[in-house]
Design a protein around this ligand. Structure first.
Ligand code: PLP
Length: 387
């Protein structure tokens, strides 16, 4: 398996004969492609999705990365988008029409929530958010018009999981399609398709690229589903990455295996340190013994990645702010999955005098990157003293 993985990351899809025998495939930074005869152009137009004609459809650099991404997710095919949100939106839009209904796990990624609440609502597609901790909640929310279940396991702030196999089985019984956001685990630590899920989405911005220098997204699935998305939403919405971004993503993938294990190893140390600290009320990280769904996490995920959240034992928002402002080795920023460790306090989304929201004001999300874990722990220790 590990041999397969290194082959995918380092060789699959790369045609060195077609790239001057360069070790690193060149970036084909071209918008269009020329053909010598009308006959050849006609053939290219008939196979617009498979041969390079125009880069919105097919580009050789993007094509290489698509092959790797599909193989990583044990899927037949995959599309690369200009962002994770574009991948999710195209995947959802492709399989619903006016009058249809979607069941979505509660508290998914913010822009997935907005897609349902603010975009699909306007086009007559309704939805129900359910507590995904009990798979049966998906069954209970089914209506005769339900076409799609949207999952995100775990989510990227409180890390609640769904039992992917159980939810996929319920969906199949009712002829409902399933789409799972797998950004947290990356294809290395979880493969939803092996558990019966139909479509897998990623923010490639996070672990897949891993260097905080590209925003991109992935949708993987069987040939028929991916072809449908490509022929409609992918081509009409046109949310593509540039060939150069695809090339950077390919470079990021070279080290995916090494980065993921480093981030996971360090996260385990950091999570255990935080759990034992008197200024920390709670640590949300799925592989901790104290995590309510730990057994499910260990069953369906190979390892647990580097993102976690904590509740700080602070009297007020000012205490949380003192902790965050004192951290020196964690950058304060949104996103995660890069080389650099990050923190993001939910208090940043609230009025400090009236800290109200869906999430508690004392919650701080922490991403453990590739730095030396003992230095990260020492930094957290000194900052927790300021709470
Ligand atoms: C970042 C993220 C997204 C959105 O991806 P973009 O590349 O930022 O558009 C979707 N889901 C999860 C879980 C994310 O963390």
């Amino acid at each position: 398996m590990s041999d397969d993985l290194s082959f995918i990351l380092n060789h699959l899809g790369e045609d060195r004969e077609a790239g001057f025998r360069a070790v690193v495939p060149p970036v084909v930074q071209s918008g269009n492609f020329t053909y010598p005869t009308v006959e050849a152009l006609r053939n290219a137009m008939r196979n617009e999705f498979d041969v390079p004609l125009y880069t919105r459809g097919a580009n050789p650099t993007v094509a290489m990365v698509r092959k790797k991404l599909a193989a990583l997710e044990h899927a037949e095919d995959a599309l690369l988008f200009g962002s994770g949100s574009a991948a999710i939106a195209a995947g959802v839009l492709s399989f619903v029409k006016a009058g249809d209904h979607i069941v979505c796990v509660r508290k998914p990624y913010g822009w997935t929530t907005k897609l349902l609440n603010e975009l699909l609502d306007r086009f007559g597609v309704s939805h129900t958010f359910v507590d995904g901790i009990d798979a049966e909640n998906f069954r209970r929310a089914i209506t005769p018009r339900t076409r799609l279940f949207i999952l995100e396991s775990p989510n990227s702030i409180t890390f609640e999981l769904q039992d992917l196999q159980a939810v996929a089985a319920i969906a199949r019984e009712h002829g409902i399609l399933t789409l799972c956001d797998n950004s947290y685990s990356s294809p290395l630590f979880q493969n939803p398709i092996d558990l019966g899920i139909d479509l897998v989405a990623h923010s490639g911005t996070k672990y897949l690229n891993g260097h905080s220098d590209v925003v991109c997204g992935v949708l993987a699935g069987n040939r028929e589903h991916i072809h449908q998305v490509m022929a409609k939403e992918f081509m009409t919405l046109g949310a593509i990455p540039s060939p150069h971004d695809a090339w950077l993503l390919m470079r990021g993938l070279r080290t995916l295996e090494i980065r993921m294990h480093r981030s996971a190893d360090s996260a385990e140390q950091v999570a255990k340190f935080l759990e034992a600290h008197p200024k920390v009320v709670q640590v949300n990280w799925p592989f901790l013994d104290s995590f309510p769904q730990q057994a499910l996490a260990r069953r369906q995920m190979k390892r647990c990645a580097g993102l976690m959240s904590i509740r700080v034992k602070a009297a007020d928002v000012a205490g949380v702010e003192r902790f965050c402002n004192a951290l020196k080795r964690f950058l304060m920023a949104v996103s995660w999955g890069g080389y650099e460790s990050l923190l993001f306090p939910t208090a940043a989304t609230m009025d400090p005098r009236n800290p109200q929201g869906e999430l508690p004001w004392d919650l701080v999300r922490i991403y453990v990157g590739l730095e030396e874990p003992q230095l990260l722990i020492a930094d957290l220790e000194q900052a927790l003293a300021r709470v």
